[in-house]
Design a protein around this ligand. Sequence first.
Ligand SMILES: C[S@@+](CC[C@H](N)C(=O)[O-])C[C@H]1O[C@@H](n2cnc3c(N)ncnc32)[C@H](O)[C@@H]1O
Length: 251
Amino acid sequence: MKLVNYQEWSAERQSIYGTNTNTVDNKTYFFMNPSVLCDKTHVVNNDITVYFGRDMDGGGTSFAAEMHNVVRYLYPTRVFNNCFEWCSGPGYIGFEMLSRGICNNLFLGEIYKPCVTAIEKTMANLPDKYKNKVSVSHLHCLDVLPGNLEFDLVVSNPPHWNTVGETMASKIKFLDRTSADSDWAIHKNFFINIKKHLAPNGVILLLESSYASGPDSFREFIEAAELTITKVFWKEGANDFYYLEIQHKDH
Ligand SMILES: C[S@@+](CC[C@H](N)C(=O)[O-])C[C@H]1O[C@@H](n2cnc3c(N)ncnc32)[C@H](O)[C@@H]1O
């Protein structure tokens, strides 16, 4: 067994995330020097090759297959027309939905430009049957989406940690682009803006960390947006992460 001490661990993390910061809307994110672009692949369903770099995996390579099973379990025969993966990274979850026939069209939204470049590479190499079915937006806020665009499925594995009020250890540990959501600003902004893009019968499925939040962490923002939590659950034996299903209040 090898034990990694904090200095070693922190140096490794810095080598991945770098020490450069970038400020968007008065919030500071750590951005890696994007030197390691799209040199890795994750094959979905023996069908779609998702390209990514080593600073882009926020857990989706393992969560994506599970999330597809969860969606199939919850909505066994439903085919969604427009699926949006928010905070998509390279789009592991979204491409899984497309490849499994869960949605007809896929929209991806991500703040980190190198992930958008990776997605464009994936799109350029898609099997012909998916041509013109995938779009990507480089965004930090949903207000850049066309106003008339409606999604009937929204999936996401967003940054999980509110660094405000957390212990110093978790602030040091999780102050980076993939993990940190300071004062839940990213979540709040999402709930406010997703409402107008959610089809009347649409569902939002968020994967969250049980160590970092619970449904009550978000309930106030969700209800302020006139949405409602309709399910909270996790996969038996895997309670480190839980899912929130959210719909229109009057669904
Ligand atoms: C936990 S990672 C998940 C990445 C990928 N979906 C996965 O499952 O591996 C969270 C992602 O959210 C992105 N992100 C952070 N803030 C964002 C924002 N305001 N808008 C869109 N994406 C954001 C990060 O760059 C990161 O790729």
